[in-house]
Design a protein around this ligand. Sequence first.
Ligand SMILES: Nc1ncnc2c1ncn2[C@@H]1O[C@H](COP(=O)(O)OP(=O)(O)O)[C@@H](O)[C@H]1O
Ligand SMILES: [Mg+2]
Length: 304
Amino acid sequence: MVVSVNNLQKHYGKVHALDGVSLQVEPGTLFGLLGQNGAGKTTLIKILLGLVAPTAGSANLLGEPVGRPLNRLEVGYLPEDHRLPEYHTGPSLLEFYGALQGLTRPERKARIPYLLEILGLKGREKLRIRGYSKGMKQRLGLAQALLHRPKVLFLDEPTDGVDPVGRKEIRELLLEEKRQGVTVFVNSHLLGEVEQLCDRVAILRKGTLVLQGTVAELTQSKPTWLVAFDGPVPENLPWNLDKLEQSECQGLLRLFLDSAAPEAIDQFLSKASSHGLRLRHLQRERGSLEDLYLSLADRGGPAV
Ligand SMILES: Nc1ncnc2c1ncn2[C@@H]1O[C@H](COP(=O)(O)OP(=O)(O)O)[C@@H](O)[C@H]1O
Ligand SMILES: [Mg+2]
């Protein structure tokens, strides 16, 4: 396991930033930790990097307990709200960090232009960081995290403040890193973003994990369907359990089946036909992570 966390707790006085979190990240995974501001995401990354000491529980990174001197060359880190020295240009900053990280001059000569190009910073080599947009700073921060080809990347809100084109570039870059075997741990409050990118996600709410799994597992656990009937639309189904409601697509109703079993839709269709309802349209609807997130909040749970 690249990351293994067991019953991790971090208390700041009365604030329980983490309250018994357990999770594992396998090598080569693109892992997303989701949750609203204040959920505890940054605290978890800082514990994994040995920057914050846990109150209780255990956390291992690359097979070693955190807090031991870490081989930092194996880890890349993009902190949340980072500040880069503004008097540097992009290339001079990367030269400086690359030298600190022990890259040879030929390695820097090869790696820096590659990263500037892939992160959409080519052509802006002469611009000092003080003239950068938020998105450009974020992309340069990512280049800094990737410079020494780490095995594990920790990215805290990497696409915060980045425009849609920049976000897409960042997603593509992270997928390429994954293809090269890098494990990526992303903190984000942007669900749609994470959904497009990550293999596995965990949702943190007020220091506790409320869900974890693959994006596919989490979004398909409660399938809904879009349906339309010929003729007048029944206000309620003539039987009790399954439910219909208007969907935002004109003419289509959203069907909530009483059971998540695969045969539930067959049972629905045979009940509908035996009550004289003639089906005109049927389409499986895949929920988004956002739907799931909101439905957790709806079910009495506070917002995630
Ligand atoms: N150094 C600190 N001292 C006191 N409280 C803190 C400190 N760091 C974080 N917290 C609190 O811990 C909780 C989790 O914060 P954080 O890990 O930054 O969440 P997230 O990254 O999900 O927004 C918040 O309530 C935050 O105010
Ligand atoms: Mg944070």
